[in-house]
Ligand binder design. Structure first.
Ligand code: SF4
Length: 218
């Protein structure tokens, strides 16, 4: 796992994730990025920012209709507005300074986040890692696809099994986890697509990918 990280870092360089000015903005981005490209998230975040809706409590106060309209560019905007307001309500209940996100036990916070409407393991772990600074590895669909192709896991990809694999093998270093996840996304977007561009990949010599026609899709 460390060898793969070093190769990806040498190839793509630092990714600077998560691009957010505050923990609250990071949490909002984690919901908005569900099932959409980041450029759409940036537009939605800018619209919220222009309307002073990027601080704890502001989304609850604005209401679902207003939030939905502003985040329309991110897709699934009605569903995401509900999720954002549920998350904002949770954050308000814990304290708007958001220091608790860094200070409290990540396992307990994870259980609380998973109980919030619309928050699954990937979103919860993204918040814990990037807003809370906890050593919790984030797994996404790129991670599963790449590990399958490298021959490091058996199908089907399982979120918690993959997460445990990374966390067992890597030092408990939040900065490393933050960079590693971002680098996996860079590889997933840049080379290891559904139809992979293996000539652009720094892992070619250690990849046990099957012939292209048998690659898992999606
Ligand atoms: S060599 Fe090809 S299939 Fe293997 S990880 Fe790289 S891009 Fe994906």
């Amino acid at each position: 796992m460390l060898d793969i990280y070093r190769r990806l870092f040498a190839f793509y360089g630092p990714q600077g994730w998560w691009p957010a000015e505050t923990p609250f903005e990071m949490c909002v981005g984690a919901i908005l990025t569900q099932a959409t490209a980041w450029r759409n998230v940036e537009i939605a975040i800018a619209r919220l920012k222009d309307n002073n809706l990027l601080s704890p409590g502001s989304l609850v106060a604005a209401g679902e209709e207003v939030v939905a309209e502003l985040i329309r560019p991110s897709g699934y905007y009605r569903q995401k507005a509900k999720r954002l307001i549920a998350l904002d309500r949770y954050i308000l209940s814990r304290g708007s300074s958001m220091d608790w996100l860094k200070e409290e036990d990540p396992q307990r916070l994870r259980q609380e986040l998973l109980a919030v409407h619309g928050i699954g393991p990937e979103t919860a772990d993204s918040i814990l890692l990037y807003a809370g600074g906890h050593p919790v590895f984030v797994v996404d669909s790129y991670t599963g696809r790449i590990l399958l192709r490298l021959g490091l896991i058996d199908p089907p990809p399982d979120y918690h099994r993959i997460q445990q694999m990374f966390m067992d093998e890597l030092p408990k270093d939040p900065a490393l986890y933050q960079e590693y996840h971002a680098l996996i996304v860079a590889l997933g977007k840049g080379a290891c697509n559904p139809k992979p561009k293996c000539g652009l990949c720094p892992l070619g010599d250690i990849c046990r990918a099957l012939p292209e026609s048998t690659f898992p899709r999606g």
